[in-house]
Design a protein around this ligand. Structure first.
Ligand code: ADE
Ligand code: ZN
Length: 329
């Protein structure tokens, strides 16, 4: 399996359903409606998915729970040959936006990451993520948490949640705080909202990456802008198909975006919910578009160039992405 880089992954969305069930059982929490008969997560559409996601997340209550979660997620990514990854981490779920509590969660997650890295597993950086439908004030609290913990482990700030709640400009203050703190910036856009949401995120939040962004394909001028300005799209095809945004792999615009010169990289978004794995996504894309290992290697290099990490980590990971025969001896 080729080495991979995965930039777009919500840590709770990668929680094995068995872990969530175990925590619920210990706490006596009723999670009726969260699971399907086969034990996986059950949801009807994106908005129902967000509700089920938050219900499942409610059993992750302590820094210790997040230590266990991050370890499990990184081990699953190691099995996909992921060498570098970023996880979306939300103060809203980790201490309710309280800075003192957040620091404890960050310490636990960084410790879990160090443990996995010491065993040769993926290197992890955290992207603090505001939940859009919780509103601008909550996003400001998340940005403060991000700014106060920015450093070696917390390296980015992002915006997820319901794309139709408010407009990007509502979150400009939070993004300004995060930018001032030296964090890399990304925002979900162009998934459930149209191409305008992508250009608004670029204009009003000044992000260098867009989460999804696939509906940019509906506006040729925007596609040209993304290509010209080197805005990287964190594309999650399996997520888009599982949620019904596109009917199947061959209908997904990722190949057309890439052919137009837009830098794209590949991720799984919420793999436990969408019943996907990164390697499986590569297989489906290879079948749909004839992509080869060289294509995937190029997209992994794109991801690493756009990663929110220090120069030394980028250099080390980029070298590990090179084919063995091109590597300096
Ligand atoms: N939160 C968790 N997963 C998400 C997704 N795919 N889009 C928006 N918000 C999310
Ligand atoms: Zn996402």
């Amino acid at each position: 399996m080729i080495p991979k880089v995965e930039l777009h992954l919500h840590v709770e969305g990668a929680a094995p359903s068995a872990l969530i069930r175990d925590l619920a059982q210990r706490q006596g929490t009723d999670l009726t409606g969260v699971f399907a008969e086969d034990g996986g997560y059950a949801f009807r559409d994106f908005w129902h998915f967000l509700k089920v996601y938050e219900a499942a997340t409610s059993v992750l209550r302590t820094p210790g729970d997040y230590h266990r979660l991050v370890t499990a997620v990184l081990e699953a990514q190691a099995a996909e040959s992921v060498i570098y990854t970023e996880h979306f981490l939300s103060p809203d779920f980790c201490g309710g936006g309280d800075l003192t509590a957040w620091r404890d969660y960050v310490a636990a997650m960084a410790d879990a990451a160090a443990g996995v890295a010491a065993q040769g597993g993926p290197r992890l950086r955290g992207v603090v993520t505001a939940v859009r439908h919780l509103g601008p004030d909550s996003a400001k609290r998340a940005a403060r948490c991000a700014a106060e913990t920015a450093g070696e482990f917390i390296t980015g700030f992002g915006l997820a949640g319901d794309e139709r709640a408010g407009v990007p400009r509502d979150f400009a203050y939070a993004f300004d705080m995060a930018r001032e703190a030296g964090l890399g910036l990304t925002a979900h856009a162009g998934e459930w909202d149209g191409p305008r949401s992508v250009s608004d995120a670029l204009d009003d939040l000044r992000v260098s990456r867009i989460g999804h962004g696939v509906r940019a394909i509906e506006d040729a001028a925007l596609v040209e802008r993304l290509a010209r300005d080197g805005i990287v799209l964190e594309v999650c095809p399996g997520s888009n198909i599982a949620l019904g945004l596109y009917p199947d792999w061959s209908a997904h615009p990722v190949a057309r975006l890439r052919d137009a010169g837009v830098p794209v990289c590949l991720s799984t978004d919420d793999p436990s919910f969408f019943r996907t794995r990164l390697g499986w996504e590569y297989d489906r894309l290879a079948a749909a578009f004839g992509w080869t290992e060289a294509d995937f290697a190029a997209m992994n290099r794109t991801a690493m160039a756009a990663a929110f990490c220090d120069v030394a980590t980028r250099a080390e990971m980029t070298q590990r992405l090179e084919p063995a025969d091109d590597r300096p001896a």
